[in-house]
Design a protein around this ligand. Sequence first.
Ligand code: SAH
Length: 346
Amino acid sequence: MAKRIDIKSLSLQELYGEMEERGEKSFRAKQMYEWMHVKLARSFDEMTNLSKALRESCKEWYTYTSLRAVEVLESETDGTKKFLFELSDGNLVESVWMKYKHGNSVCISSQVGCKMGCGFCASTLGGFERNLRPSEMLDQVYAITLLTGERVSNVVVMGIGEPLDNYENLLTFIKLLTDENGLNISQRNVTVSTCGIVPNIIKLAQEKLQITLAISLHATTDTLRQSLMPIAKRYSIEELLEACQFYFDKTGRRITLEYGMMDGINDSDRDMERLVRIGRQLNCHVNLIPINPVKEREFRGSKADRVKAFKNLLEKNRINVTIRREMGRDINGACGQLRRGAEGRR
Ligand code: SAH
């Protein structure tokens, strides 16, 4: 039997092609697309304006991605929810739902595990399993919309995995998520966070998208960055910043620099001055993140007064800066720890 096609990863155009090839009426494509991407149907059986016969055929032709929530944790302090989803092959990924004044934000995973090996991150501890398909990224947003009963306005790709290491699927996902025939989330409300895979930043800059690019910088010298993040051995900070400048020039979108603050590691006055220098050179927004402790690692977040000092100096230099508000502290632990805990119990 031919490999079944993952129908939720197809564009509307591709779906038209599919229906034509199968000898079905072309308006069926539009109907099915709407069931999947607007009404958020969980299976072909819900598509009640298709004939029973067509629904049965679809089950033979296609796979239908529907993630199953196996664990949901809700913060008692701010309503943040963490979801552990099971994929059709039994793999697990996690996603986070955050409620803000300006709307609801979902943080999704892009891979099962991660191969980037950053020293402070929990997602990388169990190694890399596989890439997520576009439908599996998309369905984290869809399943959460259904489970919370609230519209999602912002999506950040900052969960488990390195999105630019799953480039083609990421791109397809963004196009589906922001498609006017689907959920129609504004590209300006989509953020992709990367550890800094330079050639793919250059590529992404040329895709004519309006998404925000966030860079996990975390260090201001190559030596320190290399000791924290293996990817820094391949691309220097200078090359990374040049790629960021190129992204800004091409898209007009201001870059976000994420700076995870670790006690005694990257929070000295000299680090602070170097960060200011970088912030002045690039049109960017700096997000200071007191790092979350990870059980298996010895890093600790910087003290509040260090984070404040960084913020003050950046502001004094007219650099746009925010301190990442900690959401769902009580259910949190860092990214990847929910999945890790569940894998451990299995
Ligand atoms: N691979 C991508 C996206 C996933 S990580 C990237 O590197 O950007 C999302 C963000 O969480 C990154 O900025 C990452 O560096 C940060 N992060 C990882 N471990 C963390 C921890 N223990 N505490 C706080 N932030 C962490």
